[in-house]
Structures are given as structure tokens and as C-alpha cells.
Design a protein. Structure first.
Length: 608
């Protein structure tokens, strides 16, 4: 039995690492013992067949490789599958390589990189008196003794990882410390904080004007831009804990770095100065903007929001707004029937078309794609936006400034005096804006706008609840498009597999039995799904980029009649389904079957 054999594993005494000292690789006897124990467990879990394992052993002996390399690259086992087996085998969490993960340079300061590579462990982060260490063999007693000697007095929390991932973490840490200004700055700050971390929360004499603080903030923004982040979250903690910096990439937050606690106020003050905010005011939220140039020929804008939190400190959220080119409507991932319906709506001379969804769901991108399809010399198009994220030649775009009275409603009234054909409003936030938009759509103008609602049907009820006249709104409504963004499967490591019976049943239940039968999937044989194995292109996550799912409600005569009668949401939904509306979940499942995403991702954004 694997667990029994693990206790009898042979180990070899090794020396402690020192700066500049290298240690030879683990002995062949030790590696063979480790591999034999893991091999038995993999067979026990039916992950590897005996014949496949025999072939792998021949390759290990002939080519001098280790077992995990053969399983990953030649047997084509997924990292997730192997990681799950190791996690259950060692009874601790599994951690795969991710270049975005924060490593604390101070933990590696007195450790030889050659030693860590040879013995396959690396310290990852410190949390109070706990140090999290990634090891390819958490049960190796000699290795655990070495780790404890390297960090005396600390509580060691072990995490299991593949040897190749540990080597990649080491390589990444070495490259960053050797050539990254950001890593150099963080290491320098950690050294300077030193003894003051325990005795003093904020260093005397450290302020937002120090050059090292300015460099740190600049490089945090540059690193976020390099990784394609949409948001930066600066989260100071009370007491002596380090300040956490998180990036949001493809809708998911992660922590790429931590800033020593003594510098938290200086970092926040530096950001506030860059955004022209009041650094003396820390009791109420403030909003501002930063113009930043990550490269010589590229400029981005950052929206800054500060919020007071417990402990008398402030959180800062920076949203990166890159001036992007408009997408083509054909490239938005719309189903052909939706694409044709929206194209028809865009050609209407008057009426209202709304795009709805939560913040960051791509509503503005969709509306600009619609505008791009009708942006010709024959049409005069005005837009009111806050901020202007996408620019197009031929559009007259106005930046909203509420502080000086230039609101969406006032901009709309001004547009009506400027001979428009098409008007796009960044967001309908209140009844005044909605009323002006409806009025404009009823007087010979095509109006496009966004709204924060959960579904297309709920949008109708939301506007009526705002106090809009149901008869005017029903006459104006051309269509409502609800959308969400799901994580897209990585094209570099996506693979198909036959759906299991539970997965099949879950898809049928989510889509609806009646609608599922209309897809005629059973006639083509077993349903095939897709998953990402993980590769360097996607940082071994299996996902890269985003895919949109949609729900289009059309303003038919029957639907307008129900709106005029203030029908309930359930009645409106039933009528929309009878008219052929495809729900967000149904459109998501179709994209699951196409191999764009997974049902788990669809459920995460589309189900209540």
C-alpha cells in the first residue's frame, strides 16, 4: 500500500544551504524510492495503467528523466490530474506554477538557488509567523529539517508541487530579482523596513515624495499593464501586516506582490497626489483620474477610487482604461440569429436599444461595435460617456463632468439641439436620464444606452420602477441585450473529452429538456465537452481571455402590450421564451458545446 511504503522511504543526509553554496542533486536511491511510492499510488487511483507505467519507467531509465516529466509530456497527463493525486497522497494542498504569484524576495535572500533546485523546494510567502513552502516531497523528514533550520522559530506550512513547477518558480524569481526594477524596489523596501516592522507601523521620514515610493507606484501600474489587468487593488492592513496589492485579470483577482507595512500610507498618498486628490482627507471616499504612459507611444487612463476602511486606513482601487479600437459586430461571439436581429435594430431610424449587465461585462464594447457597423458619412452620431474608453473616427464623443453640471441628462438635451441621427448614452443611472432618452427615441433618433440589471426581462421592470411611462417606453423599445463574460478555454491546451453522465444530466437540466431535444445532439453520438490541460500560454490555468454570452429580448407587438400593462417579470419572461429568446444559460451551454468555455464558468456568471 502506498501510504505504508511512504513511511519506509529512504532519505540521505544533506547540508544546509548558504549564500553562494550549491548542493548536489538528490541521490538516485532517494528519487527511486519517492517515485516508487508515488507510482503505486497513481496505479491505486487508476490514473495510470500498469502497461503505461512500465513504458514510462523504460523512458525514465533510458533518458535519465524523472517520472513526472514523462507523465506530463509523453503520457500527456494533465497537471490538475497529477496535482490532485499528489495532494491526496501527501494530504496537503497542491500548487501549480503561476508567474503572477507573489514570491517574497526576502525569503530567498540567504538561500542558494542551486541548492533549492537540486532539492526541489522553495519558500513562497510569509503570513505572520507562518512560512508557506512549496516542496515536491512534503513527507521527506530530512528536507523538512533543512527548511526548519533555514527559518528557525517559524511555523512551516508545506504545499506539494511538481519539480518542474518549482524550477519554474525559481527561474521566475531569479529573472525578476536580476532584471525587474519592481522586484529590486520591493526587496529594498523589505530590507529598509527591517526592525521597524515590529516596533513601528509607519516609518518616520517616509513620505509620498520619496523617489523610491514614486518608482514603486509607477512599476506597480506598469506590471499591471504588462499582465493585462483591468483593475489594481491596494489593500493596506491594520497592525503590522504587509499591504496587499491585487490585480484582476480576466475577471479573477490574484496577489502578485506585497508592500512592507511601514510604507502603506506613503503609497496611498502617492496615488492620491497622482490623481489630484486631497491627501489630507482620509475619512470619506474620493474619485480621480491618472494619465499614465507605460510606453513611449502608448497612454492609458486610470480611474482612481479611495475608500476609508477599518483601522483608519484607506483602500485604493485603480481601473485601467486603455484606448481601444472598436470591435467588429461579427467578432462579438453573437449567435447568427442575434447578430442579424441586432443588425436590423441598428438600421432603424428611431427607437431605443439597451445593453445590460454588471460592471465589466463588456456593455460599452458591444455598443461601440453596434455604432461601428453604422458609422458612415450619412449619420451624425453623438456619444456621452464617463469615461471615454473606446474612440472611433466619425463619432462626436463627449466626456461627462458631473462636478460642473455636465451630466448624462444635460448632455442628452444638448445633443438634441445638435442635429443627431444616433445618440449613445454611457449609462442610464436615474429617471431624468431615462426620460430624456425615451423622449429622444420617440422624436426621430436612435438611442443606445447601458443599464446595470441582471437580465433582459428585469431591465423592463427596472425602468418602470424608476418611474418611466410604460406607454412611452413600450413604444420606444426595440430590444434589450443582456450579456456576461466567461473565462475562455486556452486555445493552446484545449482538449475534447466525452461528457460523463452527471455532466450530461447537468447540461440538460440547465438548458431545459424541451430545448435540449431541439439541439439534436444525441443523434450525433456522445456529447463532447472541452477542458484546458494547462500550458505556458495560460500560466497553467487552462483559461486565456474571455467569451461573451448573450440574451436578447426583442420589442415585439405582444411584448409591448405586456409592458404597457405592467406585466410581472415571470409573464414577460414566458412571452419572451415563446418568441424564441435564448437565455444567458442556454447561450452559455451552446458555447460550452462549441469548446469556448466550461459549464462551471457559465454557472458562475449566469445563474442566480
Amino acid at each position: 500500500m502506498a501510504m505504508a511504503e511512504l513511511g519506509a522511504r529512504a532519505t540521505q543526509k544533506r547540508e544546509m544551504p548558504t549564500a553562494g553554496a550549491a548542493k548536489a542533486a538528490v541521490s538516485p536511491q532517494f528519487r527511486q524510492t519517492w517515485e516508487r511510492s508515488v507510482k503505486d499510488y497513481l496505479i491505486f487511483r487508476s490514473m495510470v495503467k500498469q502497461v503505461e507505467l512500465d513504458m514510462a519507467i523504460e523512458q525514465v531509465v533510458a533518458q535519465g528523466l524523472d517520472l513526472e516529466s514523462v507523465l506530463l509530456h509523453q503520457q500527456r497527463r494533465s497537471r490538475q490530474e497529477l496535482g490532485l493525486a499528489l495532494s491526496q497522497f501527501y494530504r496537503c494542498p497542491f500548487l501549480a506554477f503561476d508567474e503572477r504569484m507573489a514570491l517574497e524576495p526576502s525569503l530567498l535572500k540567504n538561500l542558494s538557488r542551486d541548492y533549492l533546485k537540486a532539492n526541489a523546494w522553495i519558500p513562497m510567502r510569509r503570513e505572520g509567523n507562518e512560512i508557506h513552502v512549496l516542496s515536491n516531497d512534503p513527507d521527506d523528514l530530512e528536507k523538512r529539517r533543512d527548511i526548519q533550520q533555514a527559518f528557525p522559530g517559524a511555523i512551516i506550512k508545506l504545499v506539494v508541487g511538481l519539480r518542474c513547477d518549482i524550477e519554474m518558480f525559481l527561474k521566475h524569481a531569479t529573472c525578476r530579482s536580476g532584471g525587474s526594477p519592481l522586484a529590486d524596489i520591493l526587496e529594498k523596501l523589505a530590507e529598509e523596513a527591517g526592525q521597524e516592522r515590529i516596533s513601528q507601523v509607519d516609518l518616520i521620514g517616509v513620505n509620498e515624495n520619496d523617489s523610491i515610493i514614486a518608482q514603486l507606484v509607477n512599476h506597480v501600474i506598469a506590471e499591471a499593464y504588462r499582465l493585462g489587468a483591468s483593475d489594481i487593488h491596494v489593500e493596506p492592513s491594520a497592525g503590522h501586516k504587509d499591504t496587499t496589492v491585487r490585480f484582476r485579470v480576466d475577471g479573477t483577482c490574484f496577489t502578485p506582490m506585497r508592500i512592507p507595512a511601514p510604507y502603506r500610507r506613503a503609497v496611498v498618498s502617492r496615488i492620491k497626489i497622482m490623481a489630484n486628490l486631497d491627501i489630507a482627507e482620509s475619512r470619506k471616499p474620493q474619485d480621480g483620474k491618472i494619465a499614465y504612459r507605460p510606453t513611449k507611444d502608448r497612454e492609458i487612463e486610470l480611474r482612481v477610487a479611495t475608500l476609508p476602511t477599518s483601522g483608519g486606513i484607506e483602500d485604493v482601487v485603480l481601473r485601467l482604461l486603455t484606448a481601444k479600437e472598436p470591435m467588429q459586430l461579427d467578432g462579438m461571439g453573437l449567435a447568427p440569429s442575434m447578430r442579424d436581429a441586432i443588425g436590423t435594430i441598428a438600421q432603424k431610424p428611431y427607437g431605443m436599444f439597451l445593453c445590460v449587465g454588471p460592471t465589466g461585462s463588456g456593455k460599452t464594447t458591444t455598443l461601440h461595435a453596434v455604432l461601428q457597423s453604422i458609422n458612415t458619412d450619412e449619420r451624425k452620431i453623438w456619444t456621452a460617456e464617463d469615461p471615454i474608453e473606446i474612440t472611433q473616427d466619425g463619432l462626436r464623443q463627449v466626456q461627462i463632468h458631473p462636478k460642473i453640471g455636465l451630466t448624462f441628462a444635460s448632455a442628452m438635451r444638448a445633443f438634441l439641439r445638435a442635429d443627431p441621427d444616433v445618440i449613445m448614452i454611457g449609462e442610464m443611472r436615474d429617471k431624468e436620464t431615462a426620460d430624456v432618452a425615451i423622449e429622444a427615441s420617440l422624436t426621430g433618433h436612435l438611442v443606445l444606452s447601458t443599464l446595470h440589471t441582471n437580465s433582459a426581462v428585469e431591465t423592463v421592470v427596472r425602468l418602470l420602477d424608476l418611474g418611466c411611462d410604460p406607454f412611452n417606453f413600450a413604444d420606444a423599445m426595440l430590444g434589450v441585450l443582456a450579456q456576461r463574460l466567461c473565462k475562455r478555454l486556452c486555445s493552446g491546451c484545449k482538449e475534447a473529452y466525452p461528457a460523463s453522465q452527471p455532466e450530461h444530466d447537468e447540461l440538460v437540466h440547465g438548458y431545459g429538456a424541451d430545448g435540449w431535444s431541439s439541439l439534436r445532439l444525441e443523434e450525433a453520438g456522445a456529447v463532447r465537452l472541452y477542458r484546458g490541460r494547462g500550458c505556458d500560454l495560460c500560466n497553467h490555468t487552462g483559461f486565456k481571455g474571455r467569451v461573451a454570452i448573450h440574451e436578447l429580448l426583442l420589442g415585439s407587438d405582444d411584448m409591448k402590450g405586456l409592458v404597457q400593462g405592467r406585466a410581472k417579470t415571470s409573464v414577460l419572461f414566458q412571452q419572451a421564451r415563446q418568441e424564441g429568446m435564448r437565455t444567458l444559460v442556454q447561450d452559455g451551454i451552446r458555447k460550452v458545446l462549441q469548446g469556448d468555455t466550461t459549464y462551471r464558468q457559465v454557472r458562475a456568471v449566469a445563474l442566480k
